[in-house]
Design a protein around this ligand. Structure first.
Ligand SMILES: Nc1ncnc2c1ncn2[C@@H]1O[C@H](COP(=O)(O)OP(=O)(O)OP(=O)(O)O)[C@@H](O)[C@H]1O
Length: 443
């Protein structure tokens, strides 16, 4: 019999595989067979350094006190807390990501949030959640994996349980890319929000496939847009702006699920409605949505077209390339898509959208982009013969001089039905002020 605190060589009890399954910063993991029962396990043994001993002890204590189906269980450990055994995992989330879909991500997040909720209620904060610490065990329901959170060696115990301080201010903690910034300040005083942060970053990594880097945008535009509110609110760099706990994280997750079920054009309508009520941040989401669904006529004509002119103008001036692409698609819908039962007069709204972007491009001297956009714009304008828009276009053309007027003249020359376009603007004897434009319209 071993006395408390004594350690025992695991080889006395287990047959270890020749090569380890993996090695981390302070431990090695082997596949092992229990000599007496024949049970196959993974055996994790601390490397020979004192920090490693303290960490594996914390890990054993934390995992033992947290009996939850989504926390790696401890089968056995030596009384000296130098090693322990656990089920052999099929792989880590890091390795398996490419075989998994969004549904799996949702259920992993829900499961881990439940598990962490229990841990947090016991004042245990993991502090090192990353894709390599989320492990898949076989034997989940209907042949699926059971996902567990492992590697609790960095756990923050409640103050009364701490026998030895492992962490001090400024010491690097967690896994780069997934660790909350406040861990760099004082890992002892962090809150449950550090685990929320890591799950937000794990999510961004999962949906993009890119390791998240500090200071970089986590979800590029158009990428799984329905995850954006979740990722933004979980992985906010400022703790004060971050969702504080697992209850908040689960609430956001429900939002992801319902947004995903929403059709893109209905989602666009809601975004624009809220934008019109002052939710200016929605413009970004709306643009990403439109970029992801360029074939969706309803989304463009019925919803995107309603973005307020001033907002659109400011955005287009700041992001001319994207604005030009978006407005070109809008113009193509206006000309080429069935109008359905929309009111004819409504054509002025998408036309005005394209014209606003065109004005912004010219004003920021993006004349190449402006010229390319002007051709489909003139074509769409002439196709609809909208009286109000024609007046606005003429007034604008009258104000153009020099290179801007020349660029618009070239755009006019490129219109497939140049004569009809010129006739549309010249109706009632109107002539543009700039000579280049006059020439293009009479040529
Ligand atoms: N139960 C298991 N089944 C199979 N492989 C495992 C198991 N546990 C860990 N591993 C493998 O061993 C590797 C090292 O284990 P682990 O990350 O727990 O060590 P560590 O020293 O705590 O790591 P870190 O330095 O990341 O904290 C893991 O990345 C994983 O590939």
């Amino acid at each position: 019999m071993l006395g408390a605190g004594e350690t025992v060589d695991p080889r006395e009890l287990y047959r270890l595989s020749a090569r380890p399954l993996g090695k981390g910063g302070y431990a090695q993991v082997w596949r092992a067979e229990h000599k007496e029962s024949g049970q196959e396990v993974a055996l994790k043994r601390a490397l020979q350094k004192s920090d490693a001993y303290s960490r594996i002890k914390r890990e054993i204590q934390a995992q033992q006190s947290l009996a939850h189906p989504n926390i790696m269980p401890i089968h056995d450990h030596d009384p000296g807390f130098r090693w322990y055994t656990m089920p052999v995992a099929e792989g880590t989330l890091e390795k398996l990501r490419n075989y998994l879909d969004e549904e799996v991500l949702m259920s992993i997040l829900l499961n881990l949030a439940d598990a962490l909720d229990i841990a947090h209620k016991q004042e245990l904060i993991h502090r090192d959640i990353s894709p390599s610490n989320i492990l898949a065990l076989s034997g989940g329901s209907t042949g699926k994996f059971r996902w567990v959170l492992a590697d609790w060696g960095m756990v923050r115990h409640p103050p009364e349980m701490v026998s030895k301080q492992l962490t001090r201010t400024g010491q690097g903690m967690g896994t780069p890319g997934f660790d909350a910034p406040e861990l760099d300040d004082d890992p002892r005083t962090v809150t449950t929000a550090v685990d929320v942060y890591s799950l937000g970053r794990v999510t961004a990594w999962f949906v993009t496939g890119n390791r998240p880097l500090r200071g970089r945008r986590l979800l590029p535009d158009g990428t799984m847009i329905h995850w954006r509110p979740f990722v933004t609110n979980c992985a906010h760099e400022e703790v004060a702006h971050r969702v504080p706990d697992m209850a908040g994280l689960k609430e956001l997750l429900r939002g992801v699920i319902s947004e995903r079920e929403e059709s893109p054009d209905r989602r666009a309508r809601n975004l624009v409605d809220d934008l019109l009520r002052g939710a200016v941040e929605n413009l970004d989401s709306l643009v990403s949505l439109a970029e992801a669904y360029t074939n969706n006529t309803d989304l463009y004509i019925d919803h995107l077209a309603r973005v307020p002119t001033m907002r659109l103008y400011g955005w287009a001036a700041n992001d001319p390339d994207r604005a030009a692409a978006l407005a070109t698609t809008m113009a193509e819908h206006v000309v080429g898509s069935p109008w359905g039962d929309r009111d004819r007069q409504y054509a002025g709204t998408p036309l005005s959208f394209v014209h606003t972007v065109l004005r912004a491009l010219v004003d920021v001297s993006q004349l190449g982009l402006a010229q390319d956009l002007a051709t489909p714009f003139f074509t769409a304008d002439a196709r609809w013969q909208d009286v109000g828009q024609r007046m606005r276009t003429r007034d604008w053309l009258d104000g153009l001089t020099g290179p801007a007027a020349a660029a618009m003249a070239r755009a006019l020359a490129h219109c497939a039905d140049k004569a009809a376009v010129s006739d549309h603007y010249r109706e009632g004897g109107w002539q543009p002020a700039a000579a280049a434009l006059r020439a293009a319209m009479t040529a």
